[in-house]
Design a protein around this ligand. Structure first.
Ligand SMILES: Nc1ncnc2c1ncn2[C@@H]1O[C@H](COP(=O)(O)OP(=O)(O)OP(=O)(O)O)[C@@H](O)[C@H]1O
Length: 216
């Protein structure tokens, strides 16, 4: 699945992005299948905005975001839902866990919503052990620390098939050892699916073997 941006400019940020040097805004750029893409940007330059455009949950931009040559706007609601279930997984910066569910239930919700779940619940426990969050699986989402939430959201994102994994500052509350473990798991799961990833971050991140780094 190829993602192409053509002259994309966020309407609320038009003046700002026209003044900044950017590899993304107001450019023509293509993300090819299987690539590991790093988007580096200082705070407030639009990382979250970009991820929301790529996942097509915000549309306040001029220009075009196309998936396999077809603009997002031309896909039907059913097609969008199927693509988010089968082809694009996302870790939002605000994570979007359900507070009233346990950590395990948050992950399970994603896993069992698949028409044919790709993993059994054993895999959830295996990933939780790898990321050091086994002991919080029965805690409610509301009581998790932010770093624990990030690891649960990472595990949840891996419970579906995808060709692209989009991540908005996914390691911001993890220390180096936990970041390394999480990145290794993510890289393994991407390779298993021949999938690409798009990661936004404030700084240089060296946890993946990036195909390319773009400045936002
Ligand atoms: N709907 C909107 N209307 C007006 N301004 C907006 C809107 N959404 C975001 N902004 C502004 O656009 C800028 C970029 O926001 P965004 O959340 O994309 O940045 P970011 O790079 O992810 O920031 P951070 O590193 O702080 O997470 C900010 O100045 C924000 O206030």
């Amino acid at each position: 699945m190829q993602i192409a941006l053509s002259a994309v400019v966020p309407v609320p940020l038009r003046e700002k992005v026209m003044q900044q040097q950017s590899d993304i805004w107001n450019r023509d750029i293509t993300f090819n299948p299987g690539q590991f893409i790093k988007i580096k940007a200082p705070s407030g330059t639009g990382k979250t905005t970009l991820v929301h455009y790529l996942y097509h949950i915000r549309y306040d931009y001029t220009g075009t975001v196309s998936i396999d040559g077809k603009p997002w706007a031309a896909y039907s609601g059913d097609q969008l839902a199927a693509m988010r279930q089968q082809q694009i997984s996302v870790i939002f910066q605000d994570l979007r866990l359900f507070d009233q569910l346990t950590a395990l239930e948050n992950v399970e919700l994603k896993r069992v919503m698949q028409p044919q779940p790709m993993y059994t619940q054993e895999k959830v426990h295996e990933f939780a052990a790898r990321l050091g969050v086994s002991h919080v699986l029965n805690q409610s989402g509301a009581t998790l620390s932010y770093g624990e939430r990030q690891r649960i959201a990472i595990i949840r994102s891996l419970m579906q098939p995808f060709q692209w994994l989009m991540m908005d500052e996914p390691f911001s509350h993890l220390d180096e050892a936990n970041t390394a473990k999480a990145a290794q798991l993510i890289a393994e799961e991407c390779r298993k699916r021949n999938a690409g990833l798009i990661l936004t971050d404030l700084d240089h991140d060296n946890h993946f073997d990036y195909t390319v780094t773009h400045l936002l």
